[in-house]
Design a protein around this ligand. Structure first.
Ligand code: S3P
Length: 173
């Protein structure tokens, strides 16, 4: 399967790397599970959390991932930061393509999200601690990805090159 799957914490660069990969691979479809959920529900992720619940969002996320993973080839998929926690999601994604964990330092993640009000799990008194707790809780599962890329060490072009090589995909651009 020549699908590429990007996983990692909020603000780890999944969206940015997904877009860069998609420029290199014009015949690939770029799918961001959060954007797809917002489109199908006609509602922002924060409103889904507010008006329904996190559990409701997780169910939508699960259904979205199962649908994507039962479709065909040539996809670049970027998933929400909590999606790889669900064992069904993990199993489906690990089978559907090559998975890449974009690993970032907590300080960098926090710096990037500190001005952002769109991430419902981090709208509280101590978002940095929340982020750290989430990272510690999730890291073992993130590391089940086929590859871990330390994004603090290399620039975005190198990350893209690494992903293309590891997935054995030739870029036409
Ligand atoms: C979440 C991350 C968000 C989004 C939702 C929950 C999480 O996606 O799926 O707010 O549990 O970490 P990003 O990782 O794209 O911010």
């Amino acid at each position: 399967m020549s699908n590429i799957i990007l996983i990692g914490m909020p603000a780890s660069g999944k969206t940015t790397i997904g877009k860069l990969l998609s420029e290199k691979l014009p015949d690939y479809i770029l799918i961001d599970t959060d954007a797809l959920i917002e489109k199908t529900q006609g509602m922002s992720i924060s409103n889904i959390f507010k008006q329904f619940s996190e559990d409701y969002f997780r169910k939508l996320e699960h259904d979205t991932i199962q649908t994507i993973c039962s479709s065909g080839d040539k996809k670049i998929i970027s998933i929400g930061g909590g999606a790889f926690e669900n064992p069904d999601n993990r199993a489906a994604l690990l089978k559907f393509g090559t998975t890449f964990y974009l690993k970032s330092d907590i300080d960098i993640l926090y710096y990037r999200i500190s001005q952002d009000k769109t991430r419902p799990l981090l709208q509280n008194e101590n978002p940095k601690q929340t982020l750290l707790n989430l990272l510690q809780k999730r890291e073992d599962n993130f590391k089940k990805a086929h590859y871990t890329i330390d994004t603090n060490q290399i620039d975005t072009e190198e990350i893209v090159r690494f992903i293309l090589n590891a997935s054995n995909i030739k870029s036409s651009n």
